[in-house]
Design a protein around this ligand. Sequence first.
Ligand SMILES: Nc1nc2c(ncn2[C@@H]2O[C@H](COP(=O)(O)OP(=O)(O)OP(=O)(O)O)[C@@H](O)[C@H]2O)c(=O)[nH]1
Ligand SMILES: O=C([O-])CC(=O)C(=O)O
Ligand SMILES: [Mn+2]
Length: 624
Amino acid sequence: MAERTTARTDREQSFEDSSDRPTLSAAPTSNRRLLAWVSDVARLTQPDQVVWCDGSQEEFDRLTAEMVAAGTLIPVPKRPGSFLARSSSSDVARVESRTFIAAATQEEAGPTNNWREPNALREELNGVFSGSMRGRTMYVVPFSMGPVGGPISQLGVQLTDSPYAVVSMRIMTRMGQAALDAITEDTAWVPALHSVGYPLVDTLGRSRPDMAWPCNEHKYIAHFPDTREIMSFGSGYGGNALLGKKCFALRIASVMARSEGWLAEHMLIIKVTSPEGRVHHLAAAFPSACGKTNLAMLQPTIPGWKVETIGDDIAWMRPGPDGTLRAINPEAGFFGVAPGTGWSTNPTAMQMIGENTIFTNVALTDDGDVWWEGMTDEVPEHLTDWRGNDWTPESGTTAAHPNGRFTVSAAQCPSIADDFDAPEGVVIDAVLFGGRRRSNVPLVLEARDWEHGVYLGATISSEQTAAAEGTVGELRHDPFAMLPFAGYNMADYFAHWLSVGSSLPDDKRPKVFGVNWFRRGDDGRFLWPGFGENSRVVEWICRRVEGSAGAEEIPLGLVPGVDALNLEGLDVPVGDLEELFSVDPTSWNAELDQLEQWFTTFGERLPAELPTQLQTLRDRLPRG
Ligand SMILES: Nc1nc2c(ncn2[C@@H]2O[C@H](COP(=O)(O)OP(=O)(O)OP(=O)(O)O)[C@@H](O)[C@H]2O)c(=O)[nH]1
Ligand SMILES: O=C([O-])CC(=O)C(=O)O
Ligand SMILES: [Mn+2]
C-alpha cells in the first residue's frame, strides 16, 4: 500500500471555493452535451481535478510513471515498457451478480439478466457516486470502437478515476483527441461513467491514504439500454472497468444492433488463407476463457495454411449493401488470459507480449520477468505470486491468478491481418459456436441450415471458468457465449439472429458450425491436442465453405467423414478420434431433457424454431 505524496489541502481548498469546480474552460471540445455531462458528473463525484485525455504516448508515460510511484504498477524489467498490476484479491474478474440491465421492464431484460427499474437504479447510483472521486483526478477518456469515423464504428466517452483504466483504454480502444474530434453536436456517443468507489476524502474533509488497487466491496456494473448509458462502480478490473469492452461493445451495442439490424457478438475473427491462396474469414463465439484468443492467433500445423488475426473477443457484424455479412473488431488491443499462454500453445501471443504490455495478477520472477502456469514447462523454484507473496512449487496455490491477464496493442500482434483496420469490415464466410464440454459435443459439426445454426448457438453450454465469479467447472448454459453480455431479452436475441439470417441472400449467408476442443476420455485427458492442431478443423470448415469437402450426416448434424478431416502427421489414437465424434443416445436424451427444461424459462417469447430444432434432434437420435 502506497501513501499518496501529492499535497491534498490546496486542492481541497480550490474545491470548496470554486462553484464550477474542475474548470472546464480548458476543455478541448465545445460539444455542449459532453461538457454538460462532464460538469454534472464532476459536481456529483467531486474530484480534485478533471483531466481530458489526448491518447498520446506522453500521457501514457506520465500516467504509468505516476502509478509506479503510487505502487499500482510495478515495472517488469525483462520486458521494455511493461508493467505488472496486482489487483485487490476481491477484484479479479467480472461480477455477473452485480451486473444490471435497467431496461424499462423486467420482461425487456429477460430471464438471464439482473433487471433493475431504471429510475430506482439511477437514484441508487447517484447516491453511490456522490463524492466517490473526492481526492482523486477524474479523467475524460474519449474513444472510438472501430476505426474513427468508420461506417460500423461507434463513439463513447468514459469518465473514470482509475488511471489503470485510462492506460488500458488507450491500449484497447482508439482513445484520445481523434475520437473526441469525431464527437459533434449531432453524433451519437455513449456516456460511460466509472469510479473505483474509494474516495480519499470523506464528507467531513478527513483524508485517508490511497491503496495500490483501490476498489469497493459494493459493486455495480449498470447499463441503461434505452438511453444507452453505462455506470460502473467499485471495480477496477477488466470487463467491469474498461467500459468500451463488455459494457459498450456487447451489452449496449447488442441493443443498438437489434434495433438497427446488425449483430454485436462475443466472437473472434480470423482471416484464413488456403494453400491455393483462397481467403476466408471466420467468426467464432466461445464463452470467456474457452479459447478465442488462442484460435485468433492460431499457427497452423498443416502445411500451406495461414491464419491471421482480426479480433480475439468481439465482432460487430452488419449485412452489407452486397448482401454479405461484414464484420469489424471494434477493439484495438487484446485483454488476454495469461495462464495457459506459452511458447507451445500460443507462440504468437508470447511474441506479442515481449514489450509494452500491462500484466495483471500474474507472478514475478526473481530476475524481473513475469510468469504464470503454462508459460514454460519448467516451473521456477521461487516467485513472487500475484498477491505479492513468496511462492515456491510447494506453496499449494497457483502463482498467477487463473484469470490473470495481459493487455497489449493489436499493433504488436505478429499475426495481425492487413484488413484488421478496414473500416467497412471483412466478409464473414463461416460462424463457429463452441464451449468447454468434456462429453457429448463432437469436435466439429456443421449445421444443416441457418435455423439449425441458431439452435447450435442458443444451446451452447460450457464449464464455468475463472473469468467471472462462480464455481469453476460447473456446466452452465451460455447461449451464443453471450449469457453475461446480451443487453436485452435472450429470447428476443435468438429471434434477432433468425431474422438477420433470413435477411441475407442464400449464397451470401455464412455457414454455421459447432466445435469443441475440450472433450475428454474416461481417464480425464483431452482427446484432441487442440491449439495449432485446430487448423485441421479450420481446414475442413473452409473446404465446406468452398464446397470441396465431404460430410457425413449424424443425428446432430454434418461431420467430416473418415477421409474428410486432414489427419496427416497427427498422432491421435483411432479410438480417441472415434470418441471425439461419438453420440451416446442416453446422455444426449438427458441433455435434451435438460435443454427443454431450460427453454421453458423464456416462456412465450422463445422463437418456435428452437423447440422445433430440439424435437428434430430428438427424433433423429437412436433409441437409447
Ligand atoms: N485443451 C485446450 N485448451 C485450450 C485450447 N485453446 C485454448 N485453451 C485454453 O483455454 C484457456 C483460455 O483460452 P483463451 O484463448 O484465452 O480464451 P478466450 O475465449 O479468449 O477468453 P476471454 O478473454 O475470457 O474471452 C487457456 O488456458 C488456454 O490455454 C485448445 O484448443 N485446447
Ligand atoms: O471481460 C473480461 O473481463 C474479460 C473477457 O474478455 C471475458 O470475460 O470474456
Ligand atoms: Mn471475452
